[in-house]
Design a protein around this ligand. Structure first.
Ligand SMILES: Nc1ncnc2c1ncn2[C@@H]1O[C@H](COP(=O)(O)OP(=O)(O)OP(=O)(O)O)[C@@H](O)[C@H]1O
Ligand SMILES: Nc1nc2c(ncn2[C@@H]2O[C@H](COP(=O)(O)O)[C@@H](O)[C@H]2O)c(=O)[nH]1
Length: 204
């Protein structure tokens, strides 16, 4: 019987670089995880594409998805809803593939309750001033939203001890290497075989 995939959850304060790190990991040709695209009621930022960056929904649509139990987890974050479509995650894990979620901490806590054997990684900035610098430099939020996100960020960072691993995002490439190494180690711990050997044996 095929092993189920691993659920990998990446959290961290707004602006720490989760999206940047995730995009870098998914641009690597040997990445074997599947990214779960979230739903949100936030307005698209310039360049964001529906169905690629998020599934953009109205509040009414989102609340209907909640009622229909279509979300694995959801949270209200600085005035908008964010949530993970449950069917995609369950079907992909069942098919044996790893699924990667990039979500904030309230959602990660809900996922931990449903998937206690998931792999939970918290990304931290080198400092709070660098965090603020990154979110300001990104230039996507007005000042009052940045201030709200910074207030939430401090509360989120206090939650990092609930995670299996804390990874610093000092440099994007280093953070990606650390995350990839953690995932490989986790597979080895569970199966006692490195994933590349499993692939090699399946191919024969
Ligand atoms: N290691 C790094 N060093 C310097 N800048 C970085 C680093 N990682 C990301 N950044 C920059 O920080 C900004 C925020 O990154 P990003 O949007 O990926 O953060 P995020 O955690 O996904 O934010 P949010 O939770 O608000 O969506 C971007 O402008 C990005 O280019
Ligand atoms: N609980 C969830 N949080 C999510 C999900 N998708 C994204 N997020 C997190 O929300 C904040 C804000 O995101 P932004 O794109 O508006 O900057 C950030 O921490 C994301 O990681 C989700 O499905 N569930």
């Amino acid at each position: 019987m095929k092993e189920k995939g691993l659920l990998i959850v990446l959290s961290g304060p707004s602006g720490v670089g989760k999206g940047t790190v995730r995009k870098e990991i998914f641009s690597q040709p040997d990445t074997a995880f599947e990214y779960s695209i979230s739903m949100t009621t936030r307005q698209p930022r310039e360049g964001e594409v529906d169905g690629v960056d998020y599934f953009f929904k109205s509040r009414k649509e989102f609340e209907s998805l909640i009622q229909q139990d279509k979300l694995l987890e959801y949270a209200e974050f600085v005035g908008n809803y964010y949530g993970t479509p449950v069917d995609y995650v369950k079907e992909t894990l069942e098919s044996g593939k790893d699924v990667f979620l990039e979500i904030e901490v309230q959602g990660a806590r809900q996922v931990r309750e449903k998937f206690p054997d998931g792999l939970f990684i918290f990304l931290v900035p080198p400092s709070l001033s660098e965090l603020k610098n990154r979110i300001v430099t990104r230039g996507t939020e007005p000042e009052h939203v940045i201030n709200n996100r910074m207030t939430v960020a401090k509360e989120e960072i206090e939650m990092m001890n609930l995670y299996d691993y804390v990874v610093e995002n000092d440099q994007v490439e280093l953070a990606c290497d650390r995350i990839n190494s953690i995932v490989v180690a986790e597979h080895c711990r569970r199966t006692r075989v490195e994933p590349r050997y499993i692939k090699m044996l399946e191919a024969e």
